[in-house]
Design a protein. Structure first.
Length: 234
């Protein structure tokens, strides 16, 4: 089990929980969606899971090991997080940024694979540009390509399609499927049914800070109908 969460509660003000008794499990080789409307708690939950937000109670396990302050830095090697608007180093080029992150993760940057992904994402001519000159979409491609190159067991993303064009979105879907085919897993947040139905295997429906259901994606089931059925039964 790559990720297991038990009785997770998160807050900014102690008596006003944003995340309320959440349980979830992420297995190897699958793409999971955290589906919810704006304000449902998706970003807060991801920030807790990635140790960005520390005001929480409950248990988080990565690869069978309970997350604690003493091992939080080491367990970061097991995951990579892309926020909805990635914080990149503006004075670096995408290539320099990727080399820097790979050193932090004690990994070697695969230049052949970088060339392959840059071509697929139509990114070749931007690899050596300064990041502060890039469009929102190309900044997002920098983060996505870097994540695919790192090959961490668990990739966590918050609204990963921000700024991407339609060709890059389809490339993104294809590369995510290849990523999990190698035994890795993905957990991404979204409020878009198209993302869920296009690429995901399982969906956690998050509403008002609670996981209301975990649903297997199927062509025979409308995720839109299922989502509204779940939240309207509250």
């Amino acid at each position: 089990m790559l990720l297991k969460v038990n009785h997770l509660n998160g807050w900014y003000t102690k008596d006003m929980p944003i995340i309320d008794d959440v349980h979830l499990q992420v297995e190897e080789g699958k793409i999971y969606a955290l589906l919810g409307s704006n304000g449902s708690g998706k970003t807060t939950l991801l920030h807790i899971l990635t140790s960005i937000h520390g005001q929480y109670s409950g248990e988080i396990y990565y690869c069978g090991e309970k997350l604690t302050p003493s091992n939080a830095m080491r367990l970061k090697q097991q995951r990579y997080f892309i926020p909805d608007h990635p914080d990149l180093f503006d004075e670096m080029s995408p290539l320099a940024f990727m080399e820097f992150v790979h050193r932090l993760y004690d990994r070697r940057l695969d230049m052949h694979r970088l060339q392959d992904l840059s071509g697929k994402f139509m990114f070749e001519k931007f690899v050596h540009h300064k990041i502060n000159t890039l469009s929102l979409g190309n900044r997002q491609k920098t983060a996505l390509i870097n994540a695919l190159l790192l090959q961490c067991p668990l990739l966590i993303m918050d609204e990963p399609l921000v700024g991407l064009d339609i060709v890059s979105i389809e490339t993104f879907y294809q590369e995510l499927r290849a990523y999990v085919a190698q035994g890795n897993s993905v957990l991404l947040s979204t409020h878009l049914f198209q993302v869920v139905e296009s690429v995901c295997d399982e969906v956690f429906i998050l509403h008002q800070g609670k996981i209301k259901d975990c649903v297997t994606v199927s062509k025979e089931r409308s995720m839109k109908e299922k989502f509204f059925q779940v939240i309207r039964n509250e």
